[in-house]
Design a binder for this molecule. Sequence first.
Ligand code: ADE
Length: 366
Amino acid sequence: MAIKRTGKSGEKNVGDTARPDLLTPQITAAEAPNPEGNEEGLRPKTLQDYIGQSSLKAVLGIAIAAAKNRQEAMDHLLLYGPPGLGKTTLALILAQEMGVSCKITAAPALERPRDITGLLIGLQPGDILFIDEIHRLNRLTEELLYPAMEDYRLDITMGKGNSAKIRSLPLPRFTLIGATTKVGALTSPLRDRFGLIQRLQFYDLDELQQIILRTAQLLKTAITPNGARAIASRSRGTPRIANRLLKRVRDYAQVKQQTEIGAELAAEALDVYQVDQQGLDWTDRLVLQTLIDQFQGGPAGLEALAAATGEDSRTIEEVYEPYLLQIGYLSRTPRGRIATRAAYEHLGLVAPQRMEQLPLFETDLG
Ligand code: ADE
């Protein structure tokens, strides 16, 4: 299988809403798919090697087997969920399992119609085209994708104004894999053209522990099961963060001249990096503390919270919030965000009495 990075995707999708620290679930330049990069060796290459997401793996296993059996391209697939959970890795695995090439790009790199037409024209039968952040496609590009996805046809407008003509070019059957952190931001015509729409979940502790043990083995780093567990528990349910923390703990162990990473050493290192026992860093704590101090625990609107913390609202919504919601430190209500009792307790504060009367809120971005 060949991995091709196309256009400006490398620069554009890297760190757009990034937090410049250890816990960003966004991919960094060093972690971006790159056939020559040293990170490539760490990615699982087959569904069998891929840890976690078991129900999604079952669905994909069937889709692959059926498509292979019919000797057809797989149905278009939309993967959604928080960043860092393995959407790109899954696209690469699907290409590997189908024995086809995977072209990787991101919506912000598809500014002009010719960006997407160039990619589509270059596809071979069965190829996978992976578009990250697909909710950010512009209208023209998105409209070019409709006939491409549905009828494997590229409609190119030649000329301008009254004399403009549309020429249709046939395309080979291909699979579009779209990835997004905001499935609700997709237009319905685009969403409806995906045969499979699948969500990635945060990973549990056992899965993260296994991922860390696997990566440590590939990095030839000695680690105990408890050491892996200690890192897993601070990894925010996110493999990309788990692997990044492992590398920092490995540095710490090396400098401290320790030959094996145990639970104590891992905890000591992560304390130095200011990643707390729930995997929160100071910005997560700032978001919660601001909600509590300046908004009496909420509800606070996203924009108001962004202004009060000095963070970008999209970064709060797409990067910080999903995990705070997942662990039940934050609730989303129609009137805004609320810090929960667990958040008060985590910060060593006493929750106000009135919290008892609050109704149950949505805790999931969906
Ligand atoms: N590395 C990162 N994510 C992984 C996963 N889900 N399984 C195995 N290794 C991984």
